[in-house]
Design a protein around this ligand. Structure first.
Ligand code: SIN
Ligand code: FE2
Length: 216
């Protein structure tokens, strides 16, 4: 754990090392929240929120849309990236500049400079919704990191190891927090515990997560 000298609260370090190549940057997105919400709204106009189906036929609890040249999709045929929304046949919203710029700055702050994402998965969680432990491994180039931005209701990030059965750490995530994982931590299992009931001043009854990746 690294205490950042510039943290306002001496008891809450601004950065928390989650691994050699993984870090939580607390509040890193706060300065660009209005631009992020504008992008989320536009993405959902271009490709409406939907609950995707898992390859096993279960309806996912999170509601999803995408922005970027590629978007992550799941259905009976499996998990993959698509240039067009299968629901409409139209391209996703191009990656908003504010998303790409934030992701680049966060990756650089995490010591993983040169990150140029081409995909942003946007997940919306209602209270009670969880995301079970998984690895992000549908991307072609596993050398690029993942940048994950938390907005709205708080959540508990489940941060595991390289095997599904490894110990899982519970990491509180607040509005504006950014987690970056790459390098030797790129394939760590992770997930989100059921989101607690609540209302957030900006999002109301939702948590929204942006996951920026280099998919193609
Ligand atoms: C994900 O793993 O795709 C999302 C993680 C999160 O919602 O914080
Ligand atoms: Fe993930």
């Amino acid at each position: 754990m690294t205490a950042d000298l510039f943290s306002n609260d001496p008891h809450i370090p601004a950065t928390l090392e989650l691994g050699r190549d993984a870090v939580l940057l607390r509040g890193f997105a706060l300065a660009v929240v209005p631009q992020l919400f504008q992008g989320i709204e536009q993405a959902a106009l271009a490709a409406p929120w939907r609950h995707m189906e898992t390859p096993g036929g279960r309806r996912m609890g999170v509601a999803t849309t995408n922005a970027g040249a590629l978007g992550w999709v799941s259905d009976r045929r499996g998990y993959r990236y698509e240039a067009c929304d299968p629901a409409t046949g139209r391209p996703w919203l191009p990656l908003p500049e504010a998303f790409a710029a934030l992701a680049g700055r966060a990756a650089a702050a995490a010591g993983q400079g040169g990150f140029a994402p081409d995909a942003c998965l946007i997940n919306r969680y209602a209270p009670g919704t969880r995301l079970s432990l998984h690895q992000d491994r549908d991307e072609q180039d596993l050398a690029a990191p993942i940048v994950s931005v938390s907005l709205g209701l708080p959540a508990t990030f489940l941060w595991g190891g390289h095997a599904r059965g490894n110990a899982v750490h519970r990491v509180p995530l607040a509005h504006g927090d950014v987690v970056v994982w790459g390098g030797e931590d790129r394939l760590r299992f992770h997930g989100v515990a059921p989101v607690a009931q609540g209302t957030h001043a900006l999002t109301g009854p939702w948590r929204v997560n942006l996951t920026l990746r280099k998919a193609g």
